[in-house]
Design a binder for this molecule. Structure first.
Ligand SMILES: [Zn+2]
Length: 249
């Protein structure tokens, strides 16, 4: 397996998007072609070393994963598969590459992971990253679904994760538990912030994230993540929303 890192580093993408190439002999499978960028396309072709692509898979439709898919597939006259053509449990086989599609919404409503069963390896997209935590942003992100997707991956007992950003994870259970407890800790912080009195989303973001986050862009992202937490708590009947103010139920 080979990796090409796209030239799109940033606060949400780390060193850049990982494009994974699985050699299927005679054709390859490419997972997450990444941003529509000439230099990245050239880097993928160079890594392919003349091999043709038989299938392009996309974990989810975010702009750092999907846009190059159409152009790459057109060059190789091959299909692109992602939600909704893919369904939970679908098996895709191209040459020697065999992957099972796992519907894992939460980070995005159309998110899939791809499981290589014989190696218990999972291509996780943005469900799990090699470092830091992933963004669950209201309204497309869904915190309850995200936690279920993490638990689902834990049950598969994978031995390695190939994430959408940063390096592979070689201790998946520890990483998945870390992600799970990070979210549950954050949820407790949201509830504690509400104990100080009802408030709007911006005020709650300040109470919860305080000194942790600075800069307009990251504060906005934190607020969208906070709203995803609030959405879960509202659905569970633990928080109420009145206009744009939130209170403990
Ligand atoms: Zn994403």
């Amino acid at each position: 397996m080979r990796r090409v890192v796209a030239g799109n580093p940033g606060p949400y993408t780390g060193p850049g998007t990982n494009t994974w190439i699985l050699e299927g002999d005679p054709v390859a499978v490419v997972i997450d072609p990444g941003p529509d960028d000439d230099a990245h396309l050239a880097a993928i072709e160079a890594k392919l070393g003349g091999a043709a692509v038989g299938l392009v898979l996309v974990t989810h439709s975010h702009p750092d994963h999907l846009p190059l898919a159409a152009r790459l597939a057109a060059r190789h006259h091959c299909p692109v598969l992602r939600h909704p053509e893919l369904q939970e449990g679908d098996l895709v086989q191209v040459g020697k590459v065999r992957l099972k599609a796992l519907f894992t919404p939460g980070h995005a409503s159309d998110h899939f992971c791809f499981l290589q069963e014989e190696d218990r390896a999972v291509f996780t997209g943005d469900l799990v990253l090699g470092r830091g935590s992933t963004m669950i942003t209201h309204p497309d992100g869904d915190m309850a679904a995200y936690l279920r997707s993490l638990e689902r991956l834990l049950e598969l007992r994978p031995v390695i994760l190939f994430p959408g950003h940063w390096d592979p994870v070689d201790d998946p259970p520890a990483k998945l538990e870390e992600y799970r407890s990070h979210r549950l800790d954050r949820e407790r912080q949201v509830l504690a912030a509400l104990q100080a009195g009802s408030a709007g989303a911006a005020e709650l973001t300040r109470r919860v994230y305080g000194a942790e986050v600075s800069g307009e862009e990251l504060l906005q992202a934190a607020e969208m993540t906070l709203k995803a937490h609030l959405g879960k708590l509202i659905d569970e009947g633990r928080v109420t929303e009145d206009g744009s103010r939130y209170s403990l139920a």
